[in-house]
Ligand binder design. Structure first.
Ligand code: ZN
Length: 180
């Protein structure tokens, strides 16, 4: 069994912007290992931390048998347009043709703290855009055309109602807590 449950559309954690990773320690490395197991078990080619309920900016990927992780990724530049059939482990069973930039320059860090400087195109570019979206609290359904969304509305409603996770814990000092 996968070490983590993958959060499904409707779970509020998928709508929040994740925070920068500030500490890489043994627990973090273990978390990365567990994310790979969860991703392969799904199976998928990318898994972002918010998809397992961790609000930090990193994701694991393996789209060409070269597993990798990127921490605090930044899109420096993106160019062109490409159409791909895209799905998401957090929106299971549904796929759409989605247009996004065709090429992109991304920076970030690997697990050893080395700076990554990546020129991406084709499928790699698509995977990275999709996963970076997750770090910003954006799901692929936000890229659908009105027609695609209309067609998928019932299926999406069904996923949301049957799989939504628990509401987030109120942060200490938040207004929700003070009202009690
Ligand atoms: Zn996804």
């Amino acid at each position: 069994m996968a070490p983590h449950a993958i959060r499904i559309i409707g779970d509020p954690v998928l709508k929040q912007r994740a925070s920068d990773v500030t500490r890489v320690d043994g627990a973090f490395v273990k978390l990365i290992d567990d994310m790979f197991v969860t991703m392969y078990d799904a199976p998928g080619v990318g898994l972002a931390a918010p998809q397992i309920g961790v609000q930090q900016r990193f994701f694991v990927f393996d789209y060409d048998d070269e597993p990798g992780v990127i921490i605090n990724p930044t899109i420096v530049e993106s160019r062109g347009e490409a159409e791909f059939t895209e799905g998401c482990l957090s929106v299971p069973g549904l796929h759409w043709e989605i247009i996004r930039p065709a090429e992109m320059h991304v920076t970030g860090f690997d697990l050893d703290g080395r700076e990554l400087n990546l020129e991406l195109d084709d499928f790699a570019c698509r995977v990275f855009q999709h996963e970076i979206d997750h770090l910003d609290g954006v799901l692929l359904v936000e890229h659908l055309t009105k027609e695609q969304l209309d067609e998928a509305r019932v299926a999406l409603m069904d996923l949301r109602m049957n799989n939504a996770g628990p509401l987030p814990e109120p942060e200490v000092g938040s207004s929700r807590l003070r009202l009690r």
